[in-house]
Design a protein around this ligand. Structure first.
Ligand SMILES: CC(=O)SCCNC(=O)CCNC(=O)[C@H](O)C(C)(C)COP(=O)(O)OP(=O)(O)OC[C@H]1O[C@@H](n2cnc3c(N)ncnc32)[C@H](O)[C@@H]1OP(=O)(O)O
Ligand SMILES: CC(C)C(=O)C(=O)O
Length: 510
């Protein structure tokens, strides 16, 4: 038996989440999402606001019909029509719940509802009793509870409990509270209101100050046993508490947060991707738990630590949230150990000198290029290995190109270790480069083929150039890559020339 207290996870992605501008979901998308949420172990799914439209009514009804284990809930104002419609939708579920609410703060009562406190108090009792006549499970929320006068809040909650509410939710509707305050509010309400132990206390925190998850946890620490949250923290304005963050906080910090949920955390990443796809809201790269970078490490010192023991920089395993593995992202901050590991993964084991040279070239490339992909590294090492021991070695190139002309290439190479330079014009920059090579290394071979490919996507992708030379019946293909197409062209030509020379010598020896 676990000694941890069970926290009910109430997902409101399809109700409060759908209130994010632009996040509306189709009938089919809601059904698919409900299936994922239920399979993940969400205890209560708030599937919509049935009286808001015929479409939402049908979606909530169908989700209720298809539900197996989860409680299916709908939201309604404190009006008979809303509550009746909500009851009609959720009644198809094995476990139906009506959630009804009314504002209790002075600003909401005066300006929005245009009702006095007594009328609101009366509406609380009436709405909850009306809902209780339709279903046994009724949740009541004082909207804007955290800006409500404490005594009035207690009166309203007392009326809701007396009228049959089974869950009391305490919304921080405008995300105004900080954790200590919110926790203290939950505790004071529980300590003040009669029969408070007969209901489940719930949190519903908005993220206007970025404190929604922290406030929800403070709520749990002070007696709340239901947390209302959404996948990816979706929701009105800055959103709600993110389900994945709350759940993983309890899982990872069980030592000091003695709570457990029924969530299968290995399904979190998939749910996040699905919500992002449905709503078209991208998940922020550095979003906790489900962001693209949540398990990615780029700097050398971190990568080195990760290679030695993943616990150095990860407090949870990526597999625990449904991400297949951590990634060491190769970039300008990567170190030699991570680079060596990456090469090993790609099938290369270089001697120390070659590794140093490859690492130097990799850092050069990373300075020029934002993302260094595996294919870039492969091209770079292939390039280096094929250039080893060659007679002609590329040193530098400066090209004048563009519409003004004349296109000119200033080339510097080493031939048998001796530096040679040439400056040549041509019919276009590539022609100028090849003319410069010909001017330095006299040869009769003809250019048979010249091809350029982008190694990866993006305008900063490396160019991979292939050059085929035909020297009196002996063919040689040279390849090289570089972010600069002209440099890659020069290197590929030189590579082909070296191969041709090696073959010619082999022939002579034979
Ligand atoms: C904090 C929250 O997230 S609350 C939930 C927000 N969700 C939604 O609003 C769901 C989508 N909403 C809708 O589809 C529509 O607003 C409806 C169907 C609910 C109501 O539509 P309408 O009847 O056209 O009213 P409208 O939206 O213009 O105004 C809201 C009315 O409800 C009243 N109202 C607001 N909350 C409550 C409440 N909890 N109980 C009773 N009345 C309420 C307002 O005072 C206003 O009344 P008025 O028309 O007499 O001024
Ligand atoms: C209706 C309640 C629960 C709500 O969404 C809020 O106050 O933010």
């Amino acid at each position: 038996m676990s000694d941890k207290d069970r926290i009910l996870i109430f997902d409101t992605t399809m109700r409060d989440g759908e209130q994010s501008p632009g996040a509306s979901m189709t009938h089919k998308e809601k059904l698919d999402l409900a299936e994922i949420l239920e399979a993940m172990g969400v205890d209560i799914i708030e599937a919509g606001f049935p009286n808001s439209s015929q479409g939402d009514f049908e979606a909530v009804s169908e989700i209720a019909r298809r539900s197996k284990s989860a409680t299916i809930c709908g939201l309604s104002r404190a009006t008979e029509k809303d509550i009746q419609r909500c009851g009609d939708a959720v009644r198809h579920a094995a476990r139906p719940r009506i959630h009804t609410f009314i504002s209790t703060s002075p600003v909401h009562m005066k300006h929005k509802l245009q009702m006095g406190p007594n009328a609101v108090l009366e509406a609380v009792g009436h709405s909850v009793s009306f809902a209780r006549n339709l279903v046994d499970d009724v949740e009541w929320s004082p909207e804007d509870a955290t800006r409500t006068e404490f005594d009035f809040l207690c009166k309203c909650i007392d009326a809701a409990i007396t009228s049959g509410a089974t869950t009391i939710n305490v919304p921080d509707t405008v995300g105004y509270m900080h954790p200590e305050e919110y926790g203290a509010l939950i505790r004071s309400l529980r300590e003040t209101i009669p029969n408070s132990d007969k209901v489940i206390w719930s949190t519903h925190c908005h993220n206007d100050l970025g404190l929604a998850v922290a406030n929800s946890i403070a709520g749990a620490q002070n007696g709340a046993r239901q947390i209302e949250c959404t996948i990816n923290g979706l929701g009105e304005r800055a959103g709600n508490a993110a389900l994945e963050e709350v759940v993983m906080a309890f899982k990872v910090r069980g030592d000091s947060l003695p709570f457990e949920t029924g969530i299968d955390t290995t399904r979190l990443a998939r749910a996040s991707q699905m919500v992002s796809r449905i709503t078209g809201f991208p998940v922020q790269y550095n979003k906790a738990i489900v962001g693209k970078n949540a398990f990615a490490h780029e700097s050398g010192i971190h990568q080195d630590g990760m290679l030695k023991n993943t616990e150095t920089y990860e407090i949870m395993k990526p597999e625990d949230v449904g991400v297949s593995k951590s990634s060491l992202v190769m970039g300008k901050l990567s170190g030699r150990n991570a680079f060596r590991d990456k090469l090993k993964m790609l099938g290369y084991e270089l001697d120390p000198d070659s590794l140093n040279e490859a690492f130097r070239r990799f850092k050069d490339l990373a300075d020029k290029k934002k993302h260094v992909f595996d294919d870039d590294i492969l091209a770079l090492v292939d390039d280096q290995l094929s250039a080893m021991g060659e007679r002609v070695a590329f040193r530098s190139l400066r090209v004048i190109a563009g519409s003004e002309g004349p296109q000119t290439a200033d080339l510097k190479v080493l031939v048998d270790g001796e530096e040679k330079t040439a400056s040549c014009q041509g019919n276009g920059p590539v022609d100028a480069v090849f003319n410069a090579i010909r001017a330095i290394v006299d040869h009769k071979a003809k250019l048979d083929l010249f091809q350029v490919h982008a190694v990866t996507g993006g305008t900063d992708a490396q160019a991979e150039v292939s050059v085929r030379l035909n020297g009196e019946g002996v063919m040689a293909v040279g390849r090289a890559s570089d972010p600069d197409t002209l440099v890659a062209s020069a290197k590929a030509y030189i590579h082909a020339l070296n191969k041709l020379e090696a073959r010619r010598l082999k022939r002579l020896a034979a």
